[in-house]
Write a protein that binds this ligand. Structure first.
Ligand SMILES: *Cc1c(COP(=O)(O)O)cnc(C)c1O
Length: 496
């Protein structure tokens, strides 16, 4: 392989095979001492519910089972293995201090049915995180219940509707820019709002004239990501907020890209009325298969009566507790209080960094994205020249002349030992390469990434077939991604 930046050794597996295929009769991974208590007659104890046929369970030794699961754990890519530049997803490192704190016994073993009186520590964690997220966003109140960003969007829009309803008109429409993440229109449709598309201008920002023309008393809110999915800061954000507010509309901010703003500017100060955060992006809790998400929704005072129940309050005796008596609430959106283990991790991250550390993190994330932009400008087409914040979006325009698309380049990156960037959006860039290094990456790692991307561009010129057939180093090559998601094969079955 030409220009091999880094060998993909993860996929070199000796002794492959499935655990059932390794099974041989009589092997076991355990051994018990001789029985020193009277034997129980299980048939008598369990009666008809005793299962006598245990099926065909694998019989393997301890080392075989350890090797099996350890080997399988290396078949997936992870942030702990290398750079994960999946744009918009903010795949930053999950610091180990978060995990250490989450495993403290009283925290890990707390139960949501514990009486409030003996859960004061856990409630204080919820209260402290809430206060710090309110300070970071410049908003007035927050709910930590939603389990992900998209769930936060839904919760936010339910509050938007309850707010308008309380004023006598629920309104019908949500405006969404054409650069938006797919969850935005999906969420608006889910809560029964009509979606109206808003065009971007040549800078890749909301077209103010178009917004002013489309805004009327039927519009409940504009859902805006800032910086948007091009990695561009919406410079007219104050004007945008004014246009909405003048006609009684609300500004919803999709806060998934807060990694570009924390410690620098606060959405509450630039006119945002309601926004969600993704703790599994900006605040370093595990993402995707690594653990449950968390999508807190922060709001301005006018929306406070509509917060999901229960709401954490200080009781008359000075202790913390939950208030369930909130007549205008949109109701509960999640079991118990949200994904508590993620609150602990996010709070550990915020506390470990402190205000200066968080600001530095933001600056480093933006610096890193600009380093990648500089490194790859000229090799890949840059459709918008507007300044880059935390992520940079190229297009495959140059490589397409050789029949190579963004998806092919992304697949080839796997051979170089990197997780692919995002290929599917923003929709306003045909053939997008959406790259977000985050602050986690060192200059050395980014240099390797830039070298890999340049090397792939050379391959496209000299031998595009290598790129079109990639990946070459993985156990399986190109999969039917739709079938993998819609009809997953989750169980091994014997061949006959
Ligand atoms: C990730 C993301 C979402 C959705 O958040 P989830 O936590 O994945 O549900 C919404 N908008 C943008 C811009 C995002 O990047």
């Amino acid at each position: 392989m030409k220009h091999m930046t880094r060998k993909a050794t993860r996929h070199v597996n000796q002794n492959e095979g499935l655990i059932f295929e390794k099974s041989s009769p009589g092997k076991a991974a355990w051994k018990l001492p001789p029985l020193d208590v009277p034997e129980v007659d299980t048939a008598k104890l369990l009666g008809a519910s005793e299962r006598t046929d245990l099926g065909n369970l694998p019989e393997v030794s301890e080392i075989e089972i350890i090797r099996h699961f350890t080997r399988m754990s290396t078949w997936n890519y992870a942030i702990d293995l290398g750079m994960y530049p999946l744009g918009s997803c903010t795949m930053k490192y999950n610091p180990r201090v978060n995990e250490a704190v989450a495993r403290v016994e009283g925290i890990a073993n707390g139960h949501p049915y514990q009486p409030e009186k003996i859960s004061q520590g856990a409630l204080l964690i919820i209260k402290t995180l809430s206060e710090q997220l309110i300070e970071i966003t410049g908003m007035d109140a927050i709910t930590l219940q939603p389990a992900a960003g998209a769930h936060g969007e839904m919760t936010g829009l339910l509050m938007v509707r309850a707010y308008h309803q309380s004023k006598g008109n629920a309104r019908k429409k949500i405006l969404i820019p054409d650069s938006a993440h797919g969850t935005n229109p999906a969420t608006a449709a889910m809560v029964n709002y009509a979606v109206e598309n808003l065009k971007s201008d040549t800078r890749g920002m909301v077209d103010i004239q178009a917004l002013a023309a489309q805004m009327n008393e039927d519009v409940a809110a504009l859902m805006l990501t800032n910086p948007n999915t091009l990695g561009v800061f919406e410079q007219d954000i104050h004007k945008i907020a004014d246009i909405l507010h003048a006609k009684g509309g609300l500004l919803y901010m999709d806060g998934a890209n807060m990694n570009a703003l924390v410690g620098k500017v606060r959405p509450g100060d630039f006119g945002v009325d309601v926004m969600h955060l993704n703790l599994h992006k900006t605040f370093s809790t595990p993402h995707g298969g690594g653990g449950p998400g968390s999508g807190p929704v922060a709001i301005k005072k006018a929306l406070e009566p509509f917060l999901p129940t229960p709401v954490l309050t200080k009781k008359s005796d000075g202790t913390l507790g939950f208030d369930y008596n909130r007549p205008q609430s949109v109701g509960r959106v999640r079991a118990f209080y949200g994904n508590f283990g993620m609150f602990v991790r996010a709070l550990a991250y915020i506390q470990a960094n402190g205000p200066d550390g968080l600001r530095q993190t933001t600056e480093d994330a933006v610096l890193n994205a600009n380093y990648i932009r500089k490194g790859l400008e000229g090799t890949y087409d840059l459709p918008y020249s507007t300044p880059t914040m935390h992520e940079v979006v190229f297009s495959d325009k140059v490589q397409l002349k050789k029949g190579v698309r963004t998806m092919d380049i992304a697949k080839r990156l796997i051979d170089y030992g990197f997780h692919p960037y995002t290929t599917a959006f923003p929709l306003i860039v045909p053939g997008a390469l959406m790259i977000e290094p985050t602050e986690s990456e060192s200059k050395e790692e980014m240099d390797l990434f830039i070298e890999a991307m340049k090397s792939i561009a050379e391959e496209v010129e000299e031998d595009p077939q290598i790129v079109l057939d990639a990946p070459h180093s993985t156990r399986v090559s190109r999969l039917d991604e739709t079938a993998a998601a819609r009809k997953p094969v989750l169980r091994w079955k014997p061949a006959n």
